[in-house]
Design a protein around this ligand. Structure first.
Ligand SMILES: C[S@@+](CC[C@H](N)C(=O)[O-])C[C@H]1O[C@@H](n2cnc3c(N)ncnc32)[C@H](O)[C@@H]1O
Length: 280
């Protein structure tokens, strides 16, 4: 039998979910918590959300906490999602980096995919870099360093495996890239080791301090801030600005904008794609 979420329980769970993940659940979305966490409540032999809260709020085993986070995150993603950031990388940013490399002013390009889900975003970028290497002898594998992080263990496990089912592999990927960078293993398609080796996956909660991550030339923070409160969005974009290198670039999702939350970036446009350059 489905366990119903009472109004007072909604208030408690909403605060708990925001505390551990930053995800802010709208007043009108009680069903989200009821549908996504009801199974965990039952599985842990609790007869109500209230009982589960009393039992685990102050002494939640890390495994259970991660399961709550896994259930509450939305992991939708695809290859070369929205295309613009990837076109901007290839047509605008990479030529600049190449000039700097040729002039001896740069040795590496550091990129962070900060809510990478099942890996399509960082792997798409790795594929573009390998494509660029085919025609530009200046570029070498060791010149790109792509870090990809997410809060959810289950998406990271899939990302690290580099294996995708037929539906996932076909979403956004051209037949040409699929043939060049994937192997058909029957039920799953595996990404080529040459792509996989360019991306390092780590678990990271965007609520945590960024200092230990080092500095980045490019940050992808796409389709995740939409789930956060206004206050957290302001903090998040400020933290990103703090670890971008001088003139570093931030990409957001196509429906996201920074203007209400930060004045530390200049908004730029290329072929109708928007990107943000930190002002420092
Ligand atoms: C909709 S996916 C976006 C994936 C990819 N960036 C894209 O645009 O296709 C959002 C991801 O954000 C992650 N996420 C949610 N809250 C997070 C947090 N506090 N820290 C890190 N990742 C988080 C989720 O686990 C999910 O995989």
């Amino acid at each position: 039998m489905d366990i119903k979420l009472q109004a007072e329980e909604f208030a408690l769970f909403r605060r708990w979910v925001e505390e551990i993940s930053g995800i802010s659940v709208d007043d009108r979305k009680t069903y989200l918590i009821e549908n996504r966490l009801g199974g965990l409540v039952a599985e842990n032999r609790c007869s109500s959300f209230g009982e589960f809260y009393q039992k685990y709020k102050n002494s939640c085993p890390p495994v259970l906490r991660d399961r709550i986070i896994d259930q509450m995150t939305t992991n939708e993603t695809l290859w070369f999602r929205d295309m613009h950031p990837f076109t901007i990388f290839r047509e605008v940013l990479l030529p600049v980096y190449c000039r700097e490399i040729a002039a001896g002013k740069r040795r590496t390009i550091r990129v962070w995919s900060s809510a990478c889900s099942t890996g399509q975003e960082p792997y798409s970028l790795a594929i573009l870099f390998l494509e660029a290497m085919r025609t530009n002898s200046l570029l070498k594998r060791g010149m790109i360093d792509i870090m990809a992080t997410d809060i959810s263990d289950s998406v990271l496990a899939q990302a690290r495996s580099g294996s995708y089912d037929k539906i996932a592999v076909n979403r956004g990927l051209s037949p040409e890239y699929r043939a060049r960078y994937f192997t058909d293993e029957g039920r799953l398609w595996s990404i080529a080791p040459a792509v996989k080796e360019l991306v390092k996956f780590e678990k990271f909660n965007l609520q945590d301090p960024f200092a230990k991550l080092g500095a980045f030339d490019i940050i992808f923070c796409r389709n995740v801030a939409i789930y956060f409160s206004e206050k957290f969005k302001r903090e998040l974009f400020a933290k990103h600005a703090g670890i971008l290198t001088r003139g570093g670039i931030l990409f957001l999702g196509s429906s996201e904008s920074i203007s209400l939350y930060s004045n530390e970036y200049d908004m730029l446009e290329h072929n109708r794609g928007i990107y943000y350059r930190v002002r420092k």
